[in-house]
Ligand binder design. Structure first.
Ligand code: ACO
Length: 441
């Protein structure tokens, strides 16, 4: 600690002095004072710390960005220790209880809840952009009959870029507004087409007279081929449950897929290819693919009496308990609580999913076991969502696609914020080189 820090207490320092970090470089004995803003220092302020004038300067090393803020954002607030999640200041449980997904998507993107006419325009615009170009069907047709729907979704999102060359004008506010509406409107259609292709059934077109979740459920439904253009009956309770799941997944600040959206967007790529990249990041089993893994794990367990054996394997490090743990939440994921409640609404219509009993038993054992308590491992959003999706009749392959649909609004809100942020530049991390020193042939 530098000598002056010993002689002056924190209370005696002026506010300007207090909001700084004093650093002594023991290699040189030099002292530095670095400002602290919002409980963070700017990594670039470390660059002045050098041993020789020709040095590059001090870097911070942070694999997987565990302690690095890459942006300032006004969209989503998470307090992982307290289990708090808010979109634009509103607690997630209030939004899930009182708002629709489209209202929440508007909120996430615009920063405020829509008034009556704003909402009418928004819902109208989203509804009337749900159709995709007929050629989209042709390239989806080209995928193998058993192609994973997430692979189809990633590819078709990227392909939309070729239909909307105007999207390249990322600096144009009008263009951004249009692409945001198109993407939120079309992702359920792409998702449903991807699913329908993967089960070898004909595509069902969007219905403009249905609300967002009902239209999606309608496009997913297994129909008789002759009914393709007719309105489907969608159970209102199931549509409501779908809407809640959409709300819970709308945004989650700088997670892996959102960070990807921002990284790709930072090169000024259009939002179709950027969201395709984000969807690809979401596909991984440690991110949006986790709910699929949870159901597979519960199916593999098969009955409650096998739970202790699985827990023993997890504790021996042989496998992970899927749907448990989170980089940010070190408490019960607030979304998991809401999902658990939504499950009852779904099971009242569909009948109880037997995997739920195994999941409840697993949760009970895990939450009382020292291994999980010590590591603060709690159920995350994916632990129960998969069980609900299964009860809704969706096969496991489609789960990450169901996550991608609502996350589109979060990706776009974050992309828009990035584009408008004058501090942002092309994303380009540094590395610590560990390879061979110069050598010659
Ligand atoms: N099962 C068993 N042990 C776990 C689990 C788990 N699910 N998650 C973490 N741990 C253990 C780790 O082995 C580690 O133990 P150690 O200290 O003895 O080495 C400790 O808990 C800390 O875990 P980390 O890996 O450091 O946590 P990290 O923040 O890197 O990982 C992640 C978070 C990827 C979500 C992890 O908990 C995990 O793999 N969970 C299972 C997959 C999952 O459910 N993903 C969905 C996340 S939510 C979402 O994306 C929407």
């Amino acid at each position: 600690m530098p000598p002056e820090a010993k002689s002056v207490t924190t209370e005696e320092k002026s506010p300007a002095q207090r909001d700084t970090l004093a650093i002594r470089d023991n290699r040189t004995g030099r002292d530095y004072t670095i400002p602290i803003e919002r409980d963070a220092i700017r990594a670039m302020d470390l660059r002045q710390i050098k041993v020789h004038d020709t040095d590059f300067g001090l870097l911070s090393y942070d694999p997987a960005f565990q302690n690095t803020a890459s942006c300032q954002s006004a969209i989503t607030y998470i307090d992982g220790d307290a289990g708090i999640l808010r979109y634009r200041g509103y607690p997630i449980d209030e939004l899930a209880e009182r708002k629709t997904y489209l209202e929440v998507a508007y909120l996430v993107i615009h920063g405020h809840l829509p008034g009556k006419s704003e909402l009418d325009d928004w819902v109208h615009d989203i509804t009337f952009h749900t159709m995709v170009h007929e050629n989209v069907k042709k390239f989806i047709d080209g995928f193998n009959h058993d192609a994973h729907p997430m692979g189809i979704l990633v590819s078709s999102l990227a392909a939309l870029s070729t239909f909307y060359p105007d999207a390249k004008k990322v600096g144009d506010e009008g263009s951004r507004k249009l692409q945001i509406r198109r993407l939120i409107a079309k992702i359920p259609t792409l998702a449903a087409f991807a699913y329908r292709h993967s089960i070898g059934m004909p595509y069902i077109y969007p219905s403009n007279d249905l609300d967002y979740p009902s239209n999606f459920l309608s496009m997913m439904r297994t129909p008789s081929p002759t009914l393709i253009r007719e309105k489907r009956e969608v159970d209102e309770h199931l549509a409501h449950a779908m809407d809640i799941l959409f709300i819970l997944h709308a945004d989650h600040e700088q997670n892996c897929s959102t960070a990807t959206m921002r990284t790709v967007g930072s090169s000024q790529a259009d939002p179709y290819v950027a969201s395709a990249a984000a969807a690809a990041a979401l596909y991984g089993p440690l991110h949006g693919g986790a709910n699929e893994q949870v159901v597979r794990m519960l199916q593999e367990i098969g009955s409650k009496d096998k739970v202790p054996a699985l827990i023993a394997d997890v504790k021996e490090g042989k496998r992970k308990l899927m749907g448990f743990g989170h980089r940010v939440y070190k408490n019960y994921d607030p979304r998991a609580k809401i999902i658990k409640k939504t499950a009852d609404e779904v099971f009242a219509v569909t009948g109880r999913n037997k995997l739920l009993d195994i999941a409840l038993a697993l949760e009970e054992v895990a939450l009382s076991d020292d291994y999980f308590i010590k590591r603060k491992l709690y159920p995350n959003v994916d632990f129960y969502s998969g069980i609900i999706y299964q009860a809704l009749g969706f096969p496991t392959d489609i789960f990450p696609v169901l996550f991608a649909i609502p996350r589109m609004s979060g990706w776009l809100a974050q992309w828009q914020e990035l584009v408008m942020d004058s501090e942002q530049k092309i994303s380009r991390p540094r590395q610590l080189y560990t390879g061979s020193p110069e050598r010659h042939l």
